[in-house]
Design a protein around this ligand. Structure first.
Ligand code: FAD
Length: 415
């Protein structure tokens, strides 16, 4: 997070969500970033000689605008529609992160002329493998990336004009913090943002992916290990170790090893201020071999976008065979189903309750102490996992650390 200390621009690594919007806003080349920095190293470097103190980078930073309070109860009840969904094209569905709804919506919105452009993640053939980019032609959507589970400066590619013309309506697909960054970027312009939120509970860090690489014995060619769905979690490892040192690895959810420092700030589970939210329906009985989306439609605009994509996307009642769920067949999905699909308890304890602490606003000293301890435990975990070679002993110790941190969380949470 960038901020002013007196008249000097400064950077707080602990509050940075690594969205990259500050780079896009700086017209003076005063900011540079190191996407491969470790978790405790600065993601953003400031060249003070070039900085003209225009404050654009501070204004675009989403961190201070993210909601402080958990948006769970009323917020999620006020939905236009909830459903399970997947692309009608089996190939798209299989290759997508979940059901392929994101790319199908992007395609439909561009094809129908509903938007001038879509902003999302584009795959790159070589390191760093991903970038935030505009998609203008429907077929460009084929270059869209699956979920990228590590931090990279997604919003760094934002620009207000495409080929010299202003974007009138933009479909922005990203995580909540990225979306707020996009909204800040376009604030005061005539560009209307249609917001599709990718639910993001966690994102892996560089240290985590380095750990995975070492875990796999630092193989030369991990392309062969790419696997999506079918062998359970963690099932995906993507990398190109030949491109060292810029390799990246992504592994899906399931381990408690990662954190992006700024992610602790986000209380926004259900796409606050978005038109439509896409999730993976873990926990409501979907089989994980055929991709599915859990879709929360929040606004009229979200509903319009959804209607546009309906010729390409199957809704709950049209999904048959593998991927259909008992819930979807017997009754419409409810808010309760959505809540079940998320590890609610853990989320509340580890993320939402700690927000005031991470913002420096926690007044209760017991809680302060508890979170400081947890911070230490987590940092130690990262350090430990990166360095410890003996797998069996490490697993035993990890269990101990995992349990102790959960116990502390319970005590802290109850106070
Ligand atoms: C970091 C991360 C964490 C997630 N955690 C959860 C979770 O805990 N629980 C859950 O239910 N779902 C989670 N998801 C969402 C889920 O994995 C799917 O992305 C979502 O259901 C959309 O799937 P899809 O098949 O429609 O997307 P696809 O059609 O495969 O398209 C993927 C879309 O995601 C965008 N995208 C990919 N990576 C990123 C990124 N790093 N930042 C911004 N946009 C990105 C692409 O631009 C594209 O639009 C997470 C996603 C990400 C990126």
């Amino acid at each position: 997070m960038l901020f002013f200390r007196g008249k000097t621009l400064d950077f707080d690594p602990d509050k940075c969500v690594r969205c990259g919007a500050c780079f896009a806003s700086c017209g003076h080349g005063a900011l540079s970033c190191n996407p491969e920095c470790g978790d405790r190293e600065p993601f953003v470097t400031i060249n003070r000689e070039r900085c003209v103190l225009c404050q654009k980078c501070v204004k675009v930073c989403p961190v201070s605008e993210l909601p402080l309070h958990p948006l769970i109860g009323d917020d999620i009840e006020q939905l236009e529609h909830i459903c399970l969904a997947s692309s009608k094209d089996e190939q798209v569905r299989f290759n997508a992160s979940s059901g392929g709804a994101a790319r199908e919506l992007a395609y439909a919105a561009l094809q129908s002329g509903f938007v001038d452009a879509v902003y999302g993640v584009r795959r790159l053939p070589s390191a760093p493998f991903y970038e935030g980019a505009y998609f203008v032609e429907p077929d460009d959507v084929l270059q869209m990336a699956n979920s990228v589970y590590h931090a990279f400066p997604f919003a760094a590619g934002l620009k207000k004009r495409l080929d010299g013309r202003l974007i009138k309506r933009l479909l922005f697909i990203g995580t909540n913090c990225q979306m707020q960054a996009g909204a800040n970027f376009y604030k005061g312009t005539s560009t209307e943002l249609i917001r599709v939120a990718i639910l993001c509970k966690q994102q892996k860090t560089h240290d985590f992916v380095t750990y995975i690489r070492r875990e796999m014995g630092d193989p030369d060619d991990l392309e062969a290990a790419i696997e999506y769905r079918g062998k359970g979690w963690p099932g995906v490892v993507r990398s190109n170790a030949k491109e060292k040192p810029s390799e990246f690895y992504t592994v899906p959810f399931g381990m408690e090893l990662w954190r992006v420092p700024g992610c602790k700030l986000c209380a926004n589970l259900f796409g606050w201020k978005s038109d439509l939210v896409l999730l993976d329906p873990w926990g409501i009985g979907a089989d994980d071999r055929s991709g599915l989306n859990l879709v929360l439609i929040r606004t009229d605009t979200g509903q319009r976008l959804w209607n546009m994509g309906r010729s390409r996307i199957a809704d709950s009642d049209q999904i048959t065979g593998a991927g259909g769920t008992p819930n979807s067949k017997s009754r419409p999905l409810t808010v309760a189903d959505v809540k079940t699909a998320i590890d609610w308890w853990r989320y509340r304890r580890t993320k939402v309750d700690s927000i005031p602490y991470y913002l420096g606003q926690e007044r209760n000293w017991m809680r302060k102490l508890g979170y400081a301890f947890l911070d230490w435990v987590r940092t130690f975990n990262g350090w430990f996992f990166l360095r410890f070679k003996n797998r069996a002993l490490r697993n035993i110790l990890m269990r101990f650390w995992g349990k102790s941190s959960k116990a502390i969380l319970m005590i802290v949470g109850k106070r």
